[in-house]
Write a protein that binds this ligand. Structure first.
Ligand code: NAD
Length: 421
């Protein structure tokens, strides 16, 4: 099994706990609170059948995990990937708790996943899988209890199926049960690009802090999906030179710069970034150590590890993905003076606009894209400055600072609510 093959330091749940322990120790957190926050509150495993296009029936395994709900309903994406494990979902749910607390929005942390290979499945198979998985986890989800969103290999289309399935069971439309929906059924303006846009705001703040000029920077982006592509488009628009981009099979590099929109058109036509003219082919591993100023890992976990952290040449690492850097690598990057914007801050734009979407659905009043982007920028800049201030005051890296703020907020909510019964 994948999980057994992972070394202790690459099991995302152990990493998430390790990151929490460091901060709990620093905050001298009460041992009782520490025990509560170290593990998810509830975990649901579902095994469910799906009829495939050829008439056969296959059983799939999925999860939905709530890490903590003391600050509000559980919030977190749903991932479809062959490597999904319960430990990965646990870690991602924990990171969601901290992320919502870092940007101070009233949600707790959740995550879901289904072990499947969506690239090998048809749209109708994916629809049946999504509708059945939604039914199986319906004892958890709801606009007041747990609100899913897109993650790796799920998108607005998937969210529409979830919203429709949940609504069919209720007998009336419940748009606020998911975020990241199409606009036509209660989605928010600006949600599709919110994570990349938020990432761009944190990069711009970092550049300002470091006294760097965006127009003189080169950017490498690992992963060219939702988060990676939007980050690349927006940084390109700001004047940064995009020197490398990659997908699951590898990447392309051109030190003179790539037009990410052209690369996207090429990817849409051919299914891959590989083969894009006038660019050198690089592996995903090589991409991380290319000469550049800004590195945006926007694919999966455990990309920057003790094995390659020393070779990273960027000045800023903006974690578009969740968990791309292991704790050992964090230490190496910090010692090298690389400025890391941790996932719980760098990619918090997605959950922030998800929050706006949920608020708009609940009040049936919708904002225009300028309003959304203005509110997003305000929250991202404020959160960045709060984390930076903590990092400077306590002489710690940005991750430790972000966790310090987040864990304090969640611990305060937990103690303020008191112990039931
Ligand atoms: P996505 O499915 O749209 O894109 C993922 C991209 O990564 C694809 O281009 C895929 O080809 C590439 N990829 C897959 N395996 C890879 C590998 N081994 N090496 C390099 N590239 C690989 O997913 P997404 O929504 O963009 O999510 C990417 C990351 O961002 C995940 O860690 C996710 O948890 C995180 N994230 C997403 C959101 C969101 O709003 N979508 C919000 C916060 C965090």
């Amino acid at each position: 099994m994948v999980q057994d093959a992972l070394s202790q330091s690459e099991n995302p749940y152990q990493i998430a706990q390790q990151q929490f322990d460091i901060v709990a120790e620093r905050l001298n957190l009460d041992p009782g609170i520490r025990q509560i926050l170290r593990k998810p509150k509830r975990e649901l495993t579902v095994n469910f059948p799906v009829r495939m296009d050829d008439g056969s029936v296959r059983s799939f395994t999925g999860y939905r995990v709530h890490h903590n709900v003391n600050r509000g309903p559980a919030k977190g994406g749903i991932r479809y990937h062959p490597d999904v494990t319960i430990d990965e979902v646990r870690a991602l749910s924990m990171w969601m708790t901290w992320k919502c607390a870092v940007v101070n929005i009233p949600f707790g942390g959740a995550k879901g996943g289904v072990i499947c290979d969506p690239k090998q499945m048809s749209q109708s198979e994916l629809e049946r899988l999504t509708r059945r998985y939604t039914t199986e986890i319906s004892i958890f989800i709801g606009p007041e209890s747990d609100i899913p969103a897109p993650d790796v290999n799920t998108n607005a289309r998937t969210m529409a199926w979830i919203m429709d399935t949940y609504s069919m069971h209720k007998g009336y439309s419940v748009p606020a049960v998911v975020t990241g929906k199409p606009i036509a059924i209660g989605g928010s303006e600006g949600r599709a690009e919110a994570t990349g846009r938020g990432c761009m705001y944190t990069v711009l703040e970092s550049l300002r802090h470091l006294g760097m000029e965006v127009k003189q920077t080169a950017t490498a982006v690992q992963g060219f999906g939702n988060v990676g592509s939007v980050s690349a488009f927006l940084l390109h628009q700001q004047g940064s030179r995009i020197v490398a981009l990659s997908g699951s099979r590898g990447g392309i590099y051109n030190p003179k710069g790539l037009d990410p929109h052209k690369v996207m058109r090429y990817k849409e036509e051919t299914g891959t970034v590989l083969g894009f003219p006038e660019a050198e082919v690089v592996t995903n591993e090589e991409l991380l150590t290319l000469p550049c100023d800004i590195l945006v890992p926007a694919a999966l976990e455990n990309q920057i590890t003790a094995r390659n952290a020393d070779k990273v040449r960027a000045k800023i690492v903006a974690e578009g993905a969740n968990g791309p850097t292991t704790p050992e690598a964090d230490e190496i990057l910090y010692q090298k003076g690389i400025f890391l914007i941790p996932d719980v801050l760098a990619n918090a734009g997605g959950v922030t606009v998800s929050y706006f979407e949920w608020v708009q659905d609940l009040q049936n009043l919708f904002w225009d894209v300028d309003e959304i982007n203005r509110r997003l920028e305000r929250i991202m800049v404020r959160s960045f400055q709060e984390v930076l201030k903590t990092a400077e005051e306590q002489t710690v890296d940005m991750r430790t600072a972000a966790y310090t703020l987040a864990v304090k907020r969640v611990a305060e909510a937990t103690t303020t609510r008191g112990l039931y019964p």
